[in-house]
Design a binder for this molecule. Structure first.
Ligand code: DHB
Ligand code: FE
Length: 279
């Protein structure tokens, strides 16, 4: 049976991709940020997961306002990458895992998550940057991927409680996959940030710290917020924390912290990484 060994959650700020491409990891501005990933990379090196289920939010590259599913699961053999305007390099496609994707899709539908199913999907910075952060020496990495897109672009957004339940349902799906494989769940986005409007530049460190703590030992606390309350507390784009909550939902064992790091600012955003083991 497949086993979820942990959840890794990370910011996906576009400028990270250019910093990696330009080798800026040791620059004064970037060093505290990239150093925050080192213990997570050591854990990944030890664990060698086979599959990454990546909960991310498309930013208008693959889906647009005319056609926008709330939840969408990839079932492709590979996922192309594109630059949606940040000047990011385009990479060879990421490896898919259609057999496990269809199993997850069937299991989600049985659990009454009527998701969209996608046999073609293009990945934007929200998928690519965390993958490059976690697999810095391979591009694309050997790991098989299953992208799961959650709408954070057009209101109404899904309720945080629903995202957490989606994560639980994904956990059930993986637990019923017959062969022995190690799965890591990745949630991308956050932490607090607002890129536009009167509150552009808004960051809420206290709220971010509360989220990090709750994700470790009291995730239900975050399910009490509405999507709009998350916008109020974390900024319009800080609502991306729902992907972290969904990833946490997939952990069904005893959860312990591998590592966390928090750094302000990268771009206009509070950058965070949290790695949780599922024992
Ligand atoms: C930034 C952050 C995001 O989450 C995003 O999707 C785009 C830009 C930023 O901080 O620049
Ligand atoms: Fe984003």
């Amino acid at each position: 049976m497949a086993r979820i060994i942990g959840a890794l959650t990370s910011s996906h700020i576009p400028s990270i991709g250019n910093a990696i491409s330009n080798g800026k990891q040791e620059d004064a501005y970037w060093k505290p940020f990239f150093d925050g990933y080192k213990p997570v990379l050591e854990w990944l090196d030890r664990e060698q997961p086979d599959v990454a289920i990546v909960l991310y939010n498309d930013h208008g590259l693959n889906f647009f306002l005319n056609n926008l599913p709330t939840f969408a699961v990839g079932a492709a053999a590979e996922y192309i990458t594109k630059d949606e305007g940040w000047g990011l390099p385009v990479f060879p496609p990421y490896k898919g895992y259609p057999e496990m994707s269809w199993h997850v899709i069937e299991s989600l539908i049985e659990q009454e998550f009527d998701i969209a199913m996608c046999q073609e999907m293009a990945m934007d910075h929200a998928f690519i940057n965390p993958m490059r952060l976690f697999w810095p020496n391979e591009n694309p990495p050997k790991i098989k991927t299953i992208p799961v897109a959650i709408n954070t672009v057009q209101f109404p957004l899904p309720r945080p409680a629903r995202c957490y339940a989606l994560g639980k349902a994904i956990g059930n799906a993986v637990a019923s996959w017959p062969t022995d494989e190690k799965v890591v769940v990745i949630g991308t986005g956050g932490m607090s940030h607002q890129l536009d409007g009167e509150r552009a530049g808004f960051i809420n460190k206290k709220f971010d710290e509360m989220c990090m703590q709750a994700l470790l030992n009291d995730p239900e606390k975050l399910t009490q917020y509405s999507a709009l309350e998350l916008v109020r507390e974390a900024g319009a784009q800080g609502a991306e924390i729902i992907m972290w909550l969904a990833a946490r939902g997939a952990l069904q064992g005893r959860v312990s912290k591998i590592h966390s790091s928090y750094h302000i600012p990268i771009s206009n955003t509070a950058a965070g990484v949290l790695a949780l083991a599922n024992n």
